[in-house]
Design a protein around this ligand. Structure first.
Ligand code: G1P
Length: 304
């Protein structure tokens, strides 16, 4: 029986939604509280049993490598100052061994995954995208790997989204369903509004058999002139089944501004050191906004 021990984390994207912050800094290093978003992703991979991680980087992504490296000077300073709690936090990311490869041209997600093919070889592997952080009792990727262990088939993680959001994701056209596992008739990348075959959206967690590389290698460019992973999955599914699994867990969309702010608030409300003060602030703020809006004749309820 084959099982999944390797993972690819594509991180070569330009992060245009967060410009100018991402002009000189990788979007993957934007923090939710004090932890960069990519560290949450790496932690999920490890908690799912992944032993080897390769991050596909691009131009201007050096900070990611530095983050997962040791920083002896900083560690020494923290030791001298007796800041052992911080020392632990600084060392933690460097305890993982991570490999890197550069995507030399921005040719899309499918191409980024393909760049890591030699590292993967002839084994099944996982792909985790950084735009979604998932909080769940059992890590989202682990849920997919458990399904893979049974079916030995490639599988994508999905969750339901609202109608207006279907155009932002890869969407599955589901076939037969068993529990939370779906057979899939078709995979469609970012369907135009009103044309999505369902509301089941691909959420940046995948497990693949290595044959996916053959489909990516012969994949024409698709949406946005890029080599789309979803298009290669669609073609693979004609030959060997690719399933969809509706994984459990709360998903935080950190790939766009509003989702990023909401995630920061939610995570901060779980932090006992700042929770109470933040709650007080939010309650006061809401009252203030309501008052100000009323004087402008603005109907606050309409926001829902
Ligand atoms: C990518 C994939 C898409 C998937 C999404 C999840 O799109 O192409 O199928 O649903 O990630 O976050 P991107 O957000 O990179 O445009």
């Amino acid at each position: 029986m084959k099982t999944v021990k390797k993972a690819i984390i594509p991180s070569a994207g330009l992060g245009t939604r967060f410009l100018p912050a991402t002009k000189a800094m990788p979007k993957e290093m934007l923090p939710i509280l004090e932890k960069p978003t990519i560290q949450y992703i790496v932690e999920e991979a490890i908690a799912s049993g992944i032993e080897d991680i390769i991050i596909v980087t691009g131009k201007g992504k050096r900070a990611i490598e530095d983050h997962f490296d040791r920083n002896f000077e900083l560690e020494e300073t923290l030791i001298k100052r007796g800041k052992l709690g911080l020392l632990e936090k600084v060392r933690q990311p460097s305890e993982v061994e991570i490999h890197y490869i550069r995507q030399k041209e921005p040719k899309g997600l499918g191409h980024a995954v393909w760049c890591a093919r030699k590292f993967i070889g002839n084994e099944p592997f996982a792909v985790l995208l950084g735009d979604d952080i998932v909080r769940s009792d059992q890590p989202a990727l682990k849920q997919l790997i458990e399904q893979f262990d049974v079916t030995q088939s490639s599988i994508v993680g999905v969750q339901m989204v609202e109608d207006y959001d279907t155009q932002r994701y890869g969407i599955v056209d589901p076939g037969l369903k068993e529990g939370k596992l779906y057979q899939v008739n078709n995979f469609v990348e970012k369907p135009k509004l009103g044309t999505a075959p369902s509301n089941l959206a691909i959420m940046g967690r995948y497990v693949f058999n290595p044959e996916i590389f053959d489909f990516i290698a012969s994949q024409d460019t698709g949406a946005d002139g890029e080599i789309q992973l979803t298009d290669a999955i669609q073609r693979m599914n004609q030959v060997q089944s690719v399933y969809a699994f509706d994984f459990s867990g709360r998903r935080y969309d950190v790939g766009e501004r509003l989702g990023f702010v909401k995630t920061t608030i939610d995570f901060a409300l779980e932090d006992q050191l700042i929770r109470e003060e933040l709650l007080n602030y939010l309650v006061r703020k809401i009252e203030e906004v309501k008052l100000a809006d009323k004087s402008l004749g603005y109907n606050y309820q309409k926001m829902e």
